[in-house]
Design a protein around this ligand. Structure first.
Ligand SMILES: Nc1ncnc2c1ncn2[C@@H]1O[C@H](COP(=O)(O)OP(=O)(O)O)[C@@H](O)[C@H]1O
Ligand SMILES: [Mg+2]
Length: 228
């Protein structure tokens, strides 16, 4: 990565301890450039989800600091935090869909809170569902879908608002290789439009043939320093 690019995420010596004494992350420092695709790898329990939660403000650091778009997120006021939530979308490992709402409603919701008009919303939602081969399930309540289908809805919802930063937590964990390809193709499409993607995964097949940078965690620590 060339050094004249602007970072969108920066972590400085971040340690995260969950009470009473679980050290989930220890002394993590790295940055992610705007428009970059970064893979976050490591076994279950390595600290991947915790790291993503720190970036979107769902958890707070115990030591060190996190900057998103140049701003230290621990110093944001409620309005700033609200703005951060609109700019950073997380596709959760455990989905967090509304089970009684349809696929369409779950995806559209992310756009409605950002005051988009209904035409724009419909176009975008149909485009994303089509890409992820979910159009035929658009009127099905999310709670009635298979895990693989729920996973794809979760990703469509995270992408709906075209946020500058998407945090995808094991986005292909329940998908077969063909569906995994669709998700990766969507990420490539988003990257072309300037979105930054941080993708946590333990599926080596999705990053082994890319030249994207990789941050590898082991028991909360960085295995190797990220080259810049
Ligand atoms: N809310 C929590 N409270 C206590 N410990 C937690 C919590 N969330 C995660 N942990 C612990 O922190 C460590 C890292 O977890 P996590 O970030 O979920 O890793 P990964 O996503 O790589 O599987 C694990 O030891 C896990 O048990
Ligand atoms: Mg996790």
């Amino acid at each position: 990565m060339s050094s004249n690019k602007k970072p969108i995420v920066e972590m400085f010596n971040v340690t995260k301890t969950y009470p009473p004494d679980v050290m989930a992350l220890k002394d993590i420092s790295f940055f992610v450039d705007k428009g970059e695709m970064l893979y976050l790898t490591g076994m279950s329990g390595a600290g991947k989800t915790t790291l993503l939660k720190l970036i979107c403000g769902l958890e707070t650091v115990s030591k060190g600091s996190v900057k998103v778009g140049g701003a230290d997120i621990s110093k944001l006021k409620p309005a700033g935090l609200q703005q951060l939530r609109r700019r950073v979308s997380m596709a959760y490992q455990d989905f967090k869909l509304l089970p009684d709402r349809t696929v369409l409603e779950n995806v559209a919701m992310a756009m409605e809170v950002a005051y988009k008009d209904s035409n724009t919303i419909q176009k975008r939602v149909f485009y994303l569902l089509d890409l992820l081969k979910m159009s035929n399930k658009k009127d099905t309540p999310a709670g009635k879908l298979s895990r693989g289908e729920q996973q794809r809805v979760t990703i469509a919802r995270a992408a709906a608002n075209s946020p500058p930063l998407i945090l995808a937590d094991e986005p292909t964990g329940n998908l077969d290789p063909a569906m995994t390809r669709l998700v990766i193709n969507l990420f490539i499409e988003l990257l072309k439009n300037g979105t930054t993607v941080i993708c946590a995964t333990h599926d080596e097949s999705i990053y082994s043939d890319t030249n994207c940078r990789r941050l590898d965690l082991w028991q909360g620590q960085m295995v190797t320093k990220l080259e810049t």
